[in-house]
Design a protein around this ligand. Structure first.
Ligand SMILES: *Cc1c(COP(=O)(O)O)cnc(C)c1O
Length: 360
């Protein structure tokens, strides 16, 4: 077996301990004589899996009692439609455009009502987070929408926008469980789990109770109503059962490592190793305004496309894979999610320094 250092933005690296546990339980989950993949979602074994998973994410994020936790399907992108369908009572919402994912959510919302782009960092290729302290928030906006960590561009809202009393909705796909968050500041937070938590397809939605209602846009399908899934405790239909099982294991892995404050410390230390190198060498540089840097996704360039390609090729051969930047940005991007060990980042930096010395 030869595990690589996988810097993919998603689907991404998962904790080796979790993968080993899942492998050990593959043929016979806790004496049931079957895999979790083969099990009824109405069985007592699966009930325990999903109930434990919910209890553990509630504990990790200190989710207040007036919020529901939903394990849904359709990935993060399905939420781009589900959010307006369920929340756009006045058919008005304000979007802050800080990258591709926010832009996609914004375009989707326009199918259902008036979506206003109240701020954007498109003018500088999304390399910064706009000042959101005094935005022209619409008086009748049903919510203000952000993508909190911009997976492609490597920026993060380190301060939440001033929504002037409006509900805040956030896509946290690529920073989910990377650090503590105050859920009570949001009306709804959601994330596709394949960035930092589990297998693609599963999406976790944390939604304030009062937004779980039948008062949705006309024509909203049963499957796309939050209330359908909240009422059925995420078991309205067959849920992404195996995905939920792996998420549950990752939650326990996080708890065993001291929870999200400890994770934040580790993630900051890991990111600092890479950013310090980027700030102090002569070949590579980060592409983002330092104050808005993400600790999860780190884009960087040499400034020479041929050299970028040469680097990616050499890195891949050395076991540092998926470092090619997003097709819209070019260059490189190292995604260093929770499960990327600190040695992975240290060794990457050593490799970059060696590459720099050999290609000067
Ligand atoms: C990856 C990603 C998405 C899209 O996720 P899918 O599950 O593929 O729909 C949306 N938002 C953010 C921030 C992402 O990183």
């Amino acid at each position: 077996m030869n595990r690589v250092y996988n810097f993919s933005a998603g689907p991404a690296v998962l904790p080796e301990e979790v993968l080993r546990e899942a492998a050990a339980e593959m043929l016979d989950y806790k004496g049931t004589g079957m895999s979790v993949m083969e099990m009824s979602h109405r069985s007592s074994a699966f009930a325990e899996i999903i109930e434990d998973a919910e209890a553990d994410i509630r504990e990790l994020l200190s989710i207040p009692d007036n919020y529901r936790v939903l394990f849904l399907q359709g990935g993060a992108s399905q939420q781009f439609a589900m959010i307006p369908m369920n929340l756009m009572k006045n058919r008005v919402a304000d979007y802050i455009i800080t990258g591709q994912w926010a832009k996609k959510a914004y375009s989707e919302a326009k199918l259902y009502g008036t979506a206003n782009a109240v701020a954007s960092s498109a003018d500088k290729t999304f390399s910064y987070i706009p000042d959101c302290s005094d935005l022209p928030i619409s008086a009748d906006a049903d919510y203000v929408y952000i993508c909190e960590n911009n997976t492609i561009y490597g920026t993060k809202f380190h301060t939440l926008p001033n929504t002037k009393g409006k509900d805040l909705v956030a896509d946290v796909s690529s920073c989910f469980l990377s650090e503590p968050m105050d859920v009570s500041k949001y009306a709804l937070v959601y994330g596709g789990v394949q960035k930092n938590i589990g297998p693609a397809g599963t999406v976790i939605v944390i939604i304030r109770d009062d937004l779980v209602t039948d008062d949705v846009l006309p024509g909203t399908p049963t499957m796309l109503r939050y209330k359908t899934h909240a009422d059925a405790k995420s078991l309205y239909n067959t849920p992404p059962a195996y995905g939920i099982y792996i998420c549950g294991k990752v939650f326990r892995w996080l708890k065993a490592r001291g929870g999200l404050s400890a994770m934040k410390e580790r993630n900051e230390a890991k990111a600092a190793i890479l950013y310090d190198y980027l700030d102090n060498n002569k070949m590579f540089r980060g592409t983002v305004v330092p104050a808005d840097r993400s600790i999860m996704n780190v884009p960087f360039v040499t400034g020479d496309e041929e050299l970028d390609a040469k680097f990616v090729k050499a890195a891949t051969a050395a076991g540092f894979v998926n470092l090619k930047g997003h097709r819209t940005v070019g260059g490189m991007r190292a995604s260093i999610y929770n499960a990327m060990p600190v040695e992975g980042v240290r060794k990457l930096v050593d490799f970059m320094a060696k590459f720099e010395a050999e290609n000067r």
